[in-house]
Design a protein around this ligand. Sequence first.
Ligand SMILES: *Cc1c(COP(=O)(O)O)cnc(C)c1O
Length: 400
Amino acid sequence: MTLPNMHDAEAIPEAARAEIDRLLRSGDLFRYTAPQDAPVALLEREFAALMGSRYALAVSSCSAALFLSLKALDLPRGARVLIPGFTFAAVPSSVVHADCIPVLCEVGENYRIDMDDFAARLPGCQAVIVSHMRGHTSDMDAILALCDAQGVPVIEDAAHSLGTTWHGQKIGTLGRVGCFSFQSYKLVNAGEGGILITDDAELVARAVILSGAYEHTWRKHVAGGDAALEAAFARWQNKLPLYNLRLSNLAAAVIRPQLDEVARRVRDGRRNHDHVAAQLNRSPWMHVPEKLAPEDRAPDSLQFNLDGMSDADVLAFVDAAAARGVKVQVFGLSTDNARAFWNWQFLPETQDLPRTRAMLMRACDTRLPARLTPAECDAVATVLLDAAEEVMGPLRAYGT
Ligand SMILES: *Cc1c(COP(=O)(O)O)cnc(C)c1O
């Protein structure tokens, strides 16, 4: 079995082509030119309907959505914002961008927030960003209970969680605001782009203006008879800076037909992930942590931990997998990895997180696109099993 291409994105649905042609012919690329129903506005309506949320605001990236969420919460300069110590560098960056101070908490071997450490660090924080890193959902029941009790708003970084549910409820709709990415490595690919969703009229009105709805362009965000939203816009007119983080109509035209593909990509991604995970879990050297019970995942990549290996073994395993054609990254051992917190040297305050550090030194990351067939997934699993065996010696029968 030859290995599949693990890196390329899926083709954009053909349906995008006619709309892109129309936009190229008219030159109508700016979301606020058309009197109504611009592609970006339609995307917002469709995405809000897909998620079952009242409001959606499409912007230039998930990082922009996180930044705007913090600004829309009207946090004072220097406010402390609790985030997990395992996430992408863009997350603490969005906090710094919003003139706030990231406070990191520990993440366990299962890639989820360590709830004891979270509870210990929460007092004194004025907001929380729960980054569902690589689509792994932390204990949202415990997080929301703690934050509600202390009146701390929760922003969900759901960049990698489109299609994931928690007790059947869509990730991104549990906190005050949810942020998604349309960057190419996410479930829906526009190259760049992001969107935030919320039920909070005041918050979305502020975010819309901050995102660059100058003068009265915010009217194009009011879909008939939403008095609370109109009042909020009127209240904030001319009171907020315009950061201009808007999305272009071209990006919306690329995104909209992909929304119909989400359910299939979620289903196939989950099938592929669970198929490979079951095989890796038979090895004494590899371990895919269990999801939490209320979570149904939507993975397009695979994370697993290496057990009983030295640093040298781990690096030899990465080389052996690469020689067989599968690229694996160990978050903490690949040079300058943007997901290793010690590389975030721009942070105003540093913290050591020994548990998170230990996890990152053994946690492997490999792409596993939804478009792979089960046979192709078998080939990937075989490479990983063979690479571990090459480094650690042949598997012995245990327990006999
Ligand atoms: C990709 C990603 C981001 C950043 O998204 P952009 O749209 O590239 O800004 C933030 N958080 C997580 C968990 C991500 O995976």
